[in-house]
Unconditional design. Structure first.
Lengths: 267, 267
C-alpha cells in the first residue's frame, strides 16, 4: 500500500480507503497516505445528531468538525469518494456506552437515521511540527501520545457534556513557542495548545499516568509538557451520554480523506 | 499634548514630535500619541554604520530595524516629518562607552558622517496584548518592565557582539499562548518570545534582580515568566563596542513616528 502510495501519490488516500473497503487494511493508519488529512469518526442517530453538532460547534478546540453526513447518507463527497460504512479499517460499536463489537465494516448496522461526524485529529499538525524539526518523542519511541482527562469543562449541549481530554508533548520552551505558532495555523485540527507547564492547574495529577495512551517516553528538566485539546474528548463525551447506539473508529484506525493536511492551514 | 492628540488624532505623532522639538516634552513618551509606532534610537559614525546595520540584520529579534537614515541626513521621511536631532525628548551621548551628556537636542553634535538607526520597541506589542485582555503588571504598577542579560550570544558583526537582553512579563500559560500568537504578528517589534519558564536556562539567576528596569511587581505560582528579545540589546552592544561617539535616546524617551503600530502586523 505505501509503495503504491509513493508510486501514485495523487491516489494514495483513495487507495488506502479502497484497501480498507477490501479489508486489506484493518489496523492503524499512521503513516499511510502521508500528507492526507485523517479524521476521527463518530456516528449517532439523528435524534441526537443536532445536539452533537451543537456540542462540536461550541467546543471547536477538542471537537473540530471537518465533515458531516446528511441524515442516512453514507457518503462524504467533500472529503472524497467515501463509503463511511466500509472505508475505515476497524470500528467500535457502543450500546448504552458499552463497547459490544469491533467490526471491520458496519454495513449491517447502518440505518437511514444515522449521521456520521468526522473530526480533525492531531496527526495533521504533527507533520508540520516534525517538518520544523521539533521532536515528537512518542513517534520516536513508537508509543501512543499520552492523553489526560482535565478539570476543564466542555460547553455542554443537550445531553452531551464532560471534561476536556488533552494530548501532551514534552518540548523545550523554544520548540513550544514555535509549536504554538505552527499549530495556530490549523484551528481545524485542534489549533494552538490550551496549556503548558503546571499540569496540576488543569487537573493532571501525575504526568506519568495518562488516562489514555502511553506514559511520556522522555521527561527532562529542560522540557515542559505542552497540552493540546484532544479528539478523544468527543468520544468520551458521547460514551458518557450513554446513547442507545454509537459507532466510532478504533483508536488509531482513522478515516483517510482526499484533503491535504496543508489545505487546513488558515494562513 | 495628549488632549490635542485626542482632538486631532491624525496629527498626534507629529504634534508630539513638534513638542519635543520645542522642548515642551523632555521626559517619557509612554502613553503619548497612542497607536503610533515608537522607536529606539542609535546614532553611530558612518565608519561603523555598515557593521551595525549587519548586526541588526543578523539579530532581528533584539534589533528590529524600522528606520535608517542616509549618511549625514537628519530626516527619516518614511517614518514622518522628522528631524532626528531635535524630535526625541532627551538623548544620551556616549564617548568611548561612557555617558557624557543627556541633552534635549543634539544639533551641536550632529555631523555629516552620522547615521541614525531606529529600532522597534515592545511598546508596540504591549498595546495589542492589553487589547486582548492580557494584564501588563509593570504598567498596572507604574514600573519599568524587568529586563535581564541572558547567556544567549547575538550573532556578531565586525566589532559589534554581546549577549541578548530580554524583557520579561509574568503570565498564565493561557495568556502566554495568546501572547505568542499576537506578538508573532509583529516581527518588527521583537516578535514572538524567545523563552518562557526556567529562567536559569537562559542564564537568568534571579528573576527578582533584573539587570535593567524594576523587579517584577507580581510573582505567583500560577504565572510563568515569558521572555522577549529586548531593544536594550543593541544599546548594550554598541556601548560594549566603545565607539568614540554614539548617541541614543534616553530610555523611555522614544522617537514617536507617523506609522501606526498596526501597520507593522505581518498578517
Amino acid at each position: 500500500m505505501q509503495d503504491a502510495a509513493v508510486a501514485d501519490y495523487t491516489n494514495a488516500a483513495l487507495d488506502t480507503r479502497l484497501a480498507c473497503r477490501r479489508e486489506d487494511i484493518t489496523g492503524h493508519t499512521a503513516g499511510l497516505a502521508p500528507g492526507y488529512l485523517q479524521g476521527n469518526l463518530c456516528i449517532v442517530d439523528k435524534e441526537f445528531a443536532t445536539d452533537f453538532a451543537a456540542f462540536c460547534q461550541r467546543n471547536p478546540k477538542p471537537c473540530p468538525l471537518i465533515g458531516m453526513s446528511a441524515v442516512g447518507d453514507t457518503n462524504l463527497p467533500d472529503l472524497g469518494d467515501i463509503d463511511i460504512r466500509t472505508d475505515i479499517p476497524r470500528y467500535r460499536v457502543f450500546e448504552n456506552g458499552v463497547c459490544v463489537d469491533e467490526p471491520t465494516d458496519i454495513r449491517d448496522r447502518w440505518t437511514d437515521s444515522m449521521v456520521a461526524f468526522v473530526l480533525g485529529c492531531s496527526f495533521s499538525f504533527e507533520a508540520p511540527l516534525l517538518d520544523a524539526g521539533i521532536p515528537m518523542h512518542h513517534i520516536e519511541s513508537d508509543t501512543t501520545v499520552p492523553m489526560y482527562r482535565t478539570n476543564i469543562d466542555c460547553v455542554p449541549a443537550g445531553r452531551f457534556s464532560g471534561k476536556m481530554v488533552t494530548s501532551m508533548r514534552m518540548m523545550t520552551p523554544a520548540d513550544a513557542i514555535r509549536s504554538i505558532q505552527i499549530t495556530s495555523r490549523f484551528p481545524n485540527v485542534h489549533g494552538a495548545p490550551i496549556h503548558f507547564g503546571m499540569p496540576e492547574k488543569i487537573g493532571v495529577a501525575d504526568i506519568m499516568k495518562p488516562d489514555y495512551g502511553d506514559p511520556p517516553s522522555i521527561v527532562r528538566d529542560d522540557l515542559v509538557p505542552v497540552f493540546w485539546a484532544c479528539g478523544v474528548t468527543p468520544q468520551s463525551v458521547v460514551l458518557n451520554a450513554k446513547l442507545p447506539l454509537c459507532i466510532t473508529h478504533m483508536p488509531g484506525s482513522m478515516l483517510v480523506t482526499d484533503k491535504a493536511n496543508t489545505d487546513l492551514a488558515v494562513m
